[in-house]
Write a protein that binds this ligand. Structure first.
Ligand code: NAI
Ligand code: MG
Length: 356
């Protein structure tokens, strides 16, 4: 089977790491033998915005609709305000295609540098389900009396029963499937957010009722941040709102060796629209054009895309290949104290894949 992939390399290191993701996808197709990918590239991002006034084509969603999946590098450049680049492309696609589940695994691979010195790879292995189309990032609000002394900013969170139930249900199903501790942690802040998060907790409890065999726990997001450092081994599946999920997954990335390892999928689980796969990191303007970005997050992201497209295929070979490169320690980028180039790491992973 051949899959049609829309590729949006985006800005900064987005371009650099995307090339390596594609390299590994093609190496995996060769390894499997019976699949292939047809890519179409879209030059959308900040440069496109500076030329056209839009981050993507105006009917870009229509164009993307016919693809099996979207692979995105990262967007953002110091020349464009970040809220414009984020809402003009990323959030537009996530919301427009109802990619309501943001799946973010946090897993320490052997050889990856964990800042917690007493933790081993088996201690750090959990998944955050981040709500991805509403909540704090709904984009509802406004400015009253701009530039006057009374100036007031309003940003409203939106939580619908339908979507919240869906997120919770996905988290419970994932805990069943992982079969690790059969546990779901509800990340909340219902002590302070007395409407939205109280509602969120209520839906969590309701859905939990359908999964008697799954243990539940409800923890405030500030405490979760502390426990990630103190006892990351306690976690299995966590479910969090858009904002909280965003924040705790950068912390999760640090636990697994940095943003160079954090992968994610924006899933439309109904499969009525394409899903989008992107590393958690941004465009990293501080290291762009140097060819030194770590492509492992993007390679892992490509693996997540394969999992979604192929469903039952053994894509673990890709993680094994990354792990072998890590453990060998010869071909690592500067964030891992090596001096390899981005493309050399991609080549090394492809080479390992051949011998697995
Ligand atoms: P960032 O993730 O781009 O960078 C944070 C730090 O991590 C930097 O020091 C960077 O060099 C390092 N880093 C990130 N990825 C790396 C990799 N693969 N290899 C080695 N080092 C890596 O986050 P920051 O600085 O907050 O944002 C930069 C721009 O990216 C902004 O315009 C922001 O809006 C945008 N952004 C875009 C995202 C996306 O497209 N999904 C997500 C996060 C930020
Ligand atoms: Mg983020």
């Amino acid at each position: 089977k051949r899959f049609k992939i829309a590729v949006i390399p985006g800005d900064g290191i987005g371009n650099e790491v995307t090339a390596e993701g594609i390299k590994v996808l093609d190496a995996f197709a060769a390894y499997k033998g019976n699949i292939g990918f047809d890519y179409e590239f879209f030059p959308w991002g900040c440069e496109y915005y500076l030329k056209t006034g839009n981050m993507m084509e105006e009917d870009g969603l229509k164009t993307l609709e016919k693809f099996d999946a979207i692979l995105l590098g990262a967007v953002g450049d110091p020349s464009v305000p970040d809220h414009i680049s984020l809402h003009g492309l990323l959030i537009k696609i996530r919301q427009g295609f109802n990619q309501s589940i943001n799946l973010r695994p946090v897993k320490l691979l052997p050889g990856a540098p964990c800042p917690l010195k007493d933790k081993k790879p088996e201690d750090i292995d959990f998944v955050v389900i981040r709500e991805n189309v509403e909540g704090e990032y709904s984009g509802v609000g406004g400015i009253r009396f701009p530039d006057r002394p009374e100036e007031t900013a309003i940003q409203t969170s939106v939580f619908t029963r339908k979507n919240t139930e869906k997120i919770m249900d996905y988290a419970f199903k994932l805990a069943q499937k992982r079969n690790k501790f059969n546990k779901v942690t509800n990340v909340t802040k219902s002590n302070a957010l007395n409407y939205s998060m109280v509602f969120w907790d209520k839906i969590f409890q309701e859905v939990a009722g359908n999964y008697e065999e799954i243990t539940t726990e409800t923890t405030h997001v500030d405490a979760v941040s502390m426990y990630f450092i103190q006892k990351p081994e306690a976690y299995d599946v966590l479910v969090a709102s858009n904002l909280f999920g965003d924040i705790i997954t950068d912390l999760g990335a640090a636990l697994q060796g940095g943003l160079g390892f954090a992968a994610s999928g924006n899933l439309n689980i109904e499969k009525e629209y394409p899903s989008m796969f992107e590393p958690v990191h941004g465009s990293a303007p501080d290291i762009k054009d140097k060819g030194i970005a770590n492509p492992m997050a993007m390679i892992w992201t490509a693996k997540m895309m394969l999992d979604f497209l192929l469903e039952d295929s053994d894509t673990e070979a890709i993680i094994k290949a990354i792990t072998e490169v890590l453990v060998e320690g010869k071909t690592l980028t500067p964030d891992l104290k090596g001096n390899a180039k981005t493309s050399e790491v991609g080549d090394a992973v492809c080479e390992k894949l051949k011998s697995i």
